[in-house]
Design a binder for this molecule. Sequence first.
Ligand SMILES: Cc1cc2nc3c(=O)[nH]c(=O)nc-3n(C[C@H](O)[C@H](O)[C@H](O)COP(=O)(O)OP(=O)(O)OC[C@H]3O[C@@H](n4cnc5c(N)ncnc54)[C@H](O)[C@@H]3O)c2cc1C
Length: 456
Amino acid sequence: MSAFTLELTPAHHELVRRAHAFAEDVIRPAAPKYDAAEECPWEIVDKAAQEGFYSPLFYADLIADPTGLSLPLFLEEIFWGCAGIGLTVVLPALALSALNQAGTPEQLARWAPEMFGEPGDIKLAALAVSEPQGGSDVANLQTRARKDGDSWVLDGEKIWIGNGGIADVTIVNAVVDPELGTKGQAMFVVPKDTPGMEHVRRLRKLGHRASHTAELKFENCRIPADQLLGGEDKLEHKLEKARRGEGKPAALGTFEQTRPMVAAMALGVARAAFEYACAYARDREAFGGPIIANQGVSFPLADLAADIDAARLLTWRASWMAANGVPFQVGEGSMSKLKASEVAVRAAEQAVQTCGGWGYVDDLPVEKWYRDAKLYTIFEGTSEIQRMVIGRTLSDLDSTAEPVHHRLPGDKRGLSRKFGHGSLVRARAGEVFMKLATKAPEPVLRLGGKLASPGA
Ligand SMILES: Cc1cc2nc3c(=O)[nH]c(=O)nc-3n(C[C@H](O)[C@H](O)[C@H](O)COP(=O)(O)OP(=O)(O)OC[C@H]3O[C@@H](n4cnc5c(N)ncnc54)[C@H](O)[C@@H]3O)c2cc1C
């Protein structure tokens, strides 16, 4: 297992530099246009592909980083540029995560390239879980999948689906056994133009307007049997387990993995708004001085500085846990999403407040960040649902609720265990030294003091 570290490698620094340059030079200048037009930014997605930022292998590479940091580092920079464009660029990765978790290696090899395409021939992907009657209560999904000969037939409605109807590949979550709740669900690959999948309408949104969001309908939508993710034997095995009261729901594993990703996106928006507010507060003058000289302006920004860093640390920890297969026992993934999304909303709101009247009009980008930020407390599980996930672990008698650094074995090396900082051996040696010190002559005492001072 790779140890958790805040020390970035040269490759991390290079990734951040390239992603930030792309966000600053390509995404930010295009953001107002796509936000106003509410159009899918095809051209920018193509440029991302040219930069190597839009392919299944790129994401596989980021996910394979044992430090867990590559993915959140990349996402924060891209979403710093524009959340709507960022979401369009990243949505196929969310669908890929579902494909990767539920599908067979053959299905991964077959469909992953179809989700991204290549420069000059861009493709999109979507993950369709939510339904009009409710997105939080995933046990209550109504879309049904029934086996009919060599096919599966889907019927139902999906809503708020990012890239819905324009995606080349849609991963659809549907109920195969209504008696089993979330464990009676499966995921299916539905390619574009499959008869029976209808793009009902594009939804007009408060923010993230460059990202296409839609309502979909499935009516007698017939797909070949091999487009059931994981295959039939695995599904039967899973359903059998569920009937015995064991097993995991189909979509929930995906959410666990993607929540730190969404947290990193929220951090990008939070940082953009925070940086802008600080710069504005330094430049803007009122009552004969810069407004940042007033604690009424600087204190909320100081709180944000601390809270954004706290949320980033939670996000990096959750990402590191996911990369190293450390199970989320007390909702660590949810903690990261909860804190990062809520700080994004506060940062954007504070940026509008700091910019006063200018913050309320679209001459400045902060009103857009204010609109964009709110999504993070809603999608991939609302803030209430994150609290529910964390809260359940606290009421679960089997859960130790201990922080992760208590649960993990840590450094097993004998020497550092025995002689490391704070060890009993060091404490005893310190006591002996203190006793000797009272009897030692002045120069020896001074030297000893220097050696014993913190950092020596
Ligand atoms: C722009 C956008 C993009 C999206 N993209 C996708 C996508 O690509 N794919 C996809 O599948 N979905 C997507 N979603 C859907 C999103 O995940 C859902 O909107 C979300 O899960 C909430 O579901 P809901 O809107 O039905 O709210 P509801 O479940 O109806 O909840 C309404 C309110 O009640 C609260 N609530 C519900 N249950 C409880 C409870 N037990 N305790 C306390 N409070 C509770 C919720 O927190 C919320 O505040 C997207 C949504 C938006 C807005």
